[in-house]
Design a protein around this ligand. Structure first.
Ligand code: DON
Length: 318
């Protein structure tokens, strides 16, 4: 793999393979910390020591370290792609932003409490309640929400092997009482356009997509490219890409978004499969994965790796 040396302001030199090595060393120091997600039983078998990380630059180079080509369950990271696809399909002019807010929730990702006081309008698109509304709108726009998320990932990553893990989907569906409660509550306020069962099925299906750090970094590049897809076509207006990055920064890691911004300084979206996708606007998408999670549901080692990456390189949005 070639070494890319990139000049930063102030004459600092950037060497992605070396930075990934630094990040992996930081991740290894977290060994033994955190817990693999157990509330979806099919995820509980993941290896807590697993770690991978990848960088995909806006120019098209990809670098990786550790298990960077090993698929894992995307879970909530898929919410980012469903949101982007709704906006790309013209959803910003539809009922999306009346049905979901753009403020951090300060509550756990699967909390029911706020939804009652806020009349069935979820705080943001990344908590489970908000993602259910986004999936509902994508279902209205496409008739096939999860298939559109899957197709987008395959195309951007150039990997037709990316797939929905049927075992994970069945496991989540069987234990998805909280999401069912959220969806019914939202529907009771008239904030779903499709039947609850359809929305839950599509939501669980896109959360159950398995992809690698390599796939994820490539698929996330459109946010670093201000809305341009891999083939150069425009998916989102520049201002829409900006808005998604902003919601990632403020809401993408749930009630730990402040701590994440403090440590890493990048827009990012996490998932309980242990993945995190972060964006360096104008430069690269960075993904990291390790299954053991902190109390907020974010990967302990992936966050440590991203912290080390931005601290060592000086690259962040701040
Ligand atoms: O609905 C759920 O609970 C999962 N499919 C996704 C949750 C998740 O990944 C939260 N992220 N940290």
């Amino acid at each position: 793999m070639d070494t890319v040396v990139d000049a930063l302001p102030g004459g600092v030199e950037l060497d992605y393979p070396q930075l990934l090595g630094t990040a992996m060393a930081a991740a290894r120091r977290e060994a033994g910390r955190g817990q693999v997600a157990g509330y979806i039983p099919a995820l509980a078998a993941a290896d807590p020591e697993g770690f991978g990380m990848a960088v995909a630059t806006v120019e098209g180079e990809v670098f990786g370290v550790g298990d960077w080509e090993r698929p894992f369950s995307l879970q909530s990271i898929s919410k980012l792609f469903s949101l982007a696809l709704v906006l790309a399909a013209g959803g910003s002019g539809s009922s999306l932003w009346t049905g979901v807010g753009r403020e951090p929730s300060g509550t756990p990702f699967n909390s029911l409490v706020q939804l009652e006081t806020e009349h069935g309008v979820p705080r943001n698109p990344f908590i489970n309640a908000g993602a259910l509304v986004v999936t509902d709108r994508l279902q209205t726009l496409t008739g096939d929400a999860a298939a559109h998320v899957l197709d987008f990932l395959r195309t951007e990553a150039g990997n037709p092997a990316i797939a929905i893990d049927a075992d994970v989907a069945a496991s989540e569906a069987e234990h998805g009482h909280r999401n069912a409660a959220l969806a019914h509550f939202i529907a009771s306020h008239g904030n779903l356009e499709n039947p609850v069962d359809d929305v839950l099925r599509e939501y669980v299906a896109h959360c159950s997509i398995a992809a690698s750090c390599r796939d994820l970094a490539l698929a996330g590049r459109f946010l670093a490219r201000h809305g341009l897809r891999s083939d150069g076509t425009r998916m989102l207006e520049r201002s829409e890409a900006k808005r998604i990055n902003a919601v990632m920064l403020t809401c993408g890691t749930y009630d730990a978004a402040g701590e994440f911004a403090f440590r890493v300084g990048l827009p990012a979206k996490s998932g309980v499969g242990g993945g995190v996708l972060a964006v360096l606007p104008g430069r690269a998408a960075i993904s990291a994965w390790s299954p053991a999670l902190d109390r907020a549901g974010n990967s302990v080692a992936a966050v440590a790796a991203l912290d080390a990456f931005t601290s060592a390189s000086g690259l962040s949005v701040f």
